[in-house]
Structure formats: structure tokens, C-alpha cells
Design a protein around this ligand. Sequence first.
Ligand code: AMP
Length: 215
Amino acid sequence: MNIILLGPPGAGKGTQARMLVEERGMVQLSTGDMLREAKDSGTEMGNIVADVMARGALVTDEIVIGLIKEKLETVKANGFIFDGFPRTLAQADALGDLLEAVGETLAHVVEMRVDDEALVARITARSTCGGCGEVYNDNTKPIPSDGACTNCGKKDDFKRRADDNEESLKTRLMEYYKQTSPLIGYYYAKGKLSRVDGLGAIDAVQAEIKSVLDS
Ligand code: AMP
């Protein structure tokens, strides 16, 4: 079963996707993670996107569609979770074509709704484990006092994302409302859209998502 988690930055898409990976053996395809990897390893593409990402703007459709195409053609999975992709109508159209080309379909698009003030508070308090990407929050899920990641055990390797600051967040939110939120209507019209309340506790949101997936 292939699904999209759709929502603004800080809605909790990555956290929820990781839980589904663990429990259902699905494969998370996060274009944000792929782009950060390219940037950190200094590939030519990584260097091109670094500045765009730091500003919170969107990388070109061509680049992100290429990344997803490669994964769909090479990775075998018991279902993909698209996290942070698609973000534009052109990407959504391309995803439909790519899935069709590999004989797959899209089962659900889950919109995670969170109000804007909560997003700012979440993002500016967020850090991730450099070992496994586990997400922490200063207020709701602080880094353990012994400094060891609860997921992978790696010690004292927690990072704040370069674009998790108020300035880039403004741009990221604007991009979400201008370019990505039209996908809500797009997938509603295709009969694929479900909504969950992304403001609840992590486990409560996960339960809501699973009930959509099992419906
Ligand atoms: P994320 O980790 O999903 O918040 O993505 C981080 C940044 O990567 C975004 O602010 C964009 O600059 C870029 N990015 C990730 N996914 C996409 C996408 N599907 N389309 C365009 N840019 C993207």
C-alpha cells in the first residue's frame, strides 16, 4: 500500500512515517532527507540545492521527481510512504505517472492538520539524532539526560536543522500555502484524501493514521 503524508513543515510527517516503517515494514521516501544527504556528501546536486534549502524555498520539480523516480525503479517495498513529496501539482502529476509505470497505485493521502502557531513552536524546538534521524522536541520529547538516542543509542549527536529557524520557516510556510496546499483539493477530487488532527500526542496521531490505512 502506497501513501502520501501531506502537511506543512513541522506537522510530524517524518515522525509518523518512521513509526509506520517500524511497525508495518513500509519504506519512507523523504525527498527532504535525500536532498540533505546529497548536500552533506557534497555531490554536485547537493551543492546546487544547498542554498535553496537554507532559504526554505522549493528545489526544482525536475530534481525531486528524478530522486523519486530512481527510488521507485530500484527499491522493492511492502508499500512506500511519500514524506515531503509531492509538494507541487507538477510533482503530483509526475508521481501518478511514475507509480503507473511501475504497476503501483496510491492508496491514501493523509493530510496532517496543525495550526500555524503550533508549527513555529515545534520547529524552533526540534532536533534530530545524527545517527538515525529520530526527532526530539525540547518541550514534548526532550533529548534523554544521558545523551543517548532512545532509538539507536548513539550518544551526544543531536543536530538542529539549518532551515529550522523563524526566517526560513516563514518561506517554507509560504511555499506550503502557495504550492503544496492545492494538493489537498487535487487528491480530494481523486477520492484519496483523509484528514487527521496532527496536533494530538504522537501515538494518538499514529492511531488515527492507521485507522485511515486500515479503512
Ligand atoms: P523537508 O525535510 O521535507 O522539510 O524538506 C526540506 C527542504 O528540502 C525543503 O524546504 C525544500 O527546500 C526541499 N524539498 C524537500 N522536498 C521537496 C520537494 N518535494 N519539492 C521541492 N523541494 C523539496
